[in-house]
Ligand binder design. Sequence first.
Ligand code: NAP
Length: 278
Amino acid sequence: MRFGIIGNPLKHSISPRLFNEIFKMMNLNFVYDPFELPAEDLEVFINSLRQSDIAGINVTIPFKERVCDFLDWLELPASRIKAVNTIYKANGKLCGYNTDYYGFSESIKEFKDRIKNVLIFGGGGAARAVLYSISQLNYQKVFLVERSAKKREKLQKDFGYIQNLEIKEWKEDYILEILRGVDFVVNTTPLGMEGVSNFFPLRPTYSLKNKVFVDLIYKPELTPFLKIGQTLGAEIKNGSQMLIFQAIKSLEIWTGLKTEFKDWQKIYNSIYKLTDKS
Ligand code: NAP
């Protein structure tokens, strides 16, 4: 069986190595290829999947929202999140799933009961999964900051059902005021991702003790966003567990196979030792 990932850029993505190594470990005759696509080729590529030998595809930055328009149907919770990171082909029809939601929810389980007031940076495909995940918890208030007015409007429309959600323009003064009162802070933007930037635009001058900072980025391990949190006393977590959990779920959707987190973790660790040396 053949699988893959579409996105742009894809250089940062560990998924091809992670999946191919797990296939090797499990003696599965499967392959997983990267397809870095220009934005204008997305529709043609997705349509070509219907006739191709590819059984399933992951979708990453920046296509998770747009890809929904080209699929035959969306499964819950993708249909509520309106973003897809996993496509499964059944009888030539393309079905969209969201395993980022599952991955994020599993990776933050340890903080679940402490999550009351939340600040989310960014409003793209991954932010939608995070927002939906938080909405399933016993939270009090969620703030989300996003630069684009168009995206803010669309988020408001799609997530209007979420109680106590405030979506605002990304402005430093507003963010610094909100940050004081929240206990759970999530970066869903690529700011700080290796190859994108080594900076996160946040300069709090007060303690962040008793807060949790979560970055969806997993490379570098200590991202600029997490460095800010750690320096000022917050607990931190990067996106590596989320990455593994969402991959486990994608593989299960495509093949029915249930794989062990610890096996993926072992491979993840070994890849990063290799990558770091090169
Ligand atoms: P996306 O749909 O393209 O969304 C990116 C978001 O980041 C948009 O809201 C965008 O805002 C914002 N952004 C980009 N540059 C910015 C800047 N300079 N200042 C402020 N906001 C900025 O991408 P995505 O699929 O959500 O992925 C986002 C990140 O999450 C990526 O780094 C990805 O690798 C990571 N991720 C990790 C996992 C995991 O398993 N660990 C899973 C999913 C995603 P604008 O609309 O204003 O451009």
